[in-house]
Design a protein around this ligand. Structure first.
Ligand SMILES: C[S@@+](CC[C@H](N)C(=O)[O-])C[C@H]1O[C@@H](n2cnc3c(N)ncnc32)[C@H](O)[C@@H]1O
Length: 373
């Protein structure tokens, strides 16, 4: 059994404490709100089975009799799935309870938070874990992640022992649950992972320091019976991680994976010439200012270093002060920022596709490599 209170076991230092938050100008209360939301997931999500139950109860018996199932059984399965998710989230949240005990959060703050981010995050949140860390997500990773690693190999070949011994420093912006960090570190690269969303960082810390192969379990689709071909796809338990992280990374030194936890643009504001490669996988669409983002990627790269990107072209902040650029326009910005483009393709890729679900979840993307000149 994993002893999550034993700090000794934390080989990879994610440094999540009230003090480290304050140093980054992040209010420790916000981190407490994140883990409190994880701890109260089951309580909050009871509205889902309650609503299903309420709607079926209203149905006339003549309609109910035509259904191939007893709705009470369905409601029961949803409640069970939510419990399964809670068990995992409780393990994660337990890592932070003692550390943040002295941090004050009012009930009002928590309730306000619950109606905003919690609701959003947990809907997609768990599905995103399957993309990165389950056997079911393998095909998707082979399409979205493997091409990045193959591209990186062309410039910094992990089979070249002399090169790897000297050290090849890679920055991954937007690592979310860290699969990319694991894959790169396992190959011998020195990895720096940057992620602005602490809720992802809290979970990634758990995975890297405490998880055992297939020792965790979630029901990622339990929130919704819509767009599903089968009940099985909704209630299915997904086991993860599909790999033995600590064993596979046993030769990686403690500082072989470093974590930074603010917006890339902020964290690397004045940093220069640090990395052989920068990797962005589905993360540039969240840049508040893609021109500034592009400039900063150029700054942190060493001369001759490469920026490998796969991702969407729309900007999620375009309604809130961000803006969308077409690929033609962004490419112009990239060239003007001191890069040459050495690869350019537009693959259509899967994103959080789940077996048995009818929504297609594919995205038109741009895959490019830009070399710093
Ligand atoms: C859509 S996810 C992609 C995750 C993963 N790379 C993948 O391909 O599945 C984008 C991630 O990048 C993070 N992110 C986006 N913009 C960022 C920025 N400017 N600085 C740091 N993290 C960022 C988000 O919080 C999120 O975790």
């Amino acid at each position: 059994m994993t002893d999550i209170n034993n700090k000794q076991e934390e080989k990879f230092d994610f440094d999540i404490t009230p003090d480290s938050c304050m140093k980054l100008n992040i209010a420790p209360a916000n981190i407490k709100l994140y883990y409190l939301a994880l701890l109260t997931y089951e309580q909050y999500h009871q509205y889902i089975p309650n609503k299903i139950e309420e709607n079926y109860k209203k149905l006339d018996q003549k309609y109910l009799s035509k259904l191939p199932f007893d709705y009470n059984e369905k409601v029961k399965k949803v409640r069970e799935g939510i419990k399964v998710n809670q068990a995992f989230l409780t393990k994660v949240a337990s890592l932070y309870v003692d550390k943040f005990r002295a941090v004050n959060v009012t009930n009002e703050q928590f309730q306000k938070y619950q109606t905003t981010e919690q609701a959003f995050i947990n809907k997609l949140f768990l599905q995103l874990l399957t993309r990165e860390w389950t056997e079911e997500g393998k095909e998707e990773r082979e399409k979205c992640l493997t091409p990045i690693i193959q591209e990186l190999k062309k410039y910094y070949d992990y089979e070249n022992k002399d090169l790897m011994q000297k050290g090849v420093n890679i920055l991954s912006i937007g690592f979310r649950f860290g699969r990319i960090l694991y894959e790169l570190a396992k190959l011998g690269y020195t990895v720096e992972g940057n992620e602005r969303n602490y809720q992802f960082v809290l979970i990634t810390n758990y995975l890297f320091n405490y998880s055992k192969k297939n020792g965790e379990c979630i029901c990622p689709r339990i929130r919704s019976f819509c767009s599903s071909f089968t009940e099985e796809s909704v209630t299915k338990k997904h086991y993860f991680p599909d790999v033995d992280i600590s064993n596979d990374l046993q030769n990686v030194k403690k500082d072989g994976i470093k974590i930074t936890k603010r917006f890339f643009e902020e964290e690397y504001q004045d940093k220069k010439d640090m990395f052989e490669a920068v990797i962005t996988a589905f993360s540039t669409d969240e840049a508040k200012n893609i021109i500034e983002f592009t400039e900063k990627v150029n700054n942190v790269l060493k001369k001759g270093g490469v920026w490998i990107n796969i991702g969407k072209l729309n900007n999620i902040f375009s309604n809130y002060g961000g803006f969308d650029l077409t690929w033609e326009e962004w490419k112009h910005v990239i060239l003007k920022s001191g890069f040459e483009i050495v690869r350019e393709e537009t693959p259509v890729l899967p994103y959080c596709k789940i077996e048995g679900q009818s929504s297609p979840h594919t995205l038109g993307t741009i895959f490019f490599t830009a070399k710093k000149i």
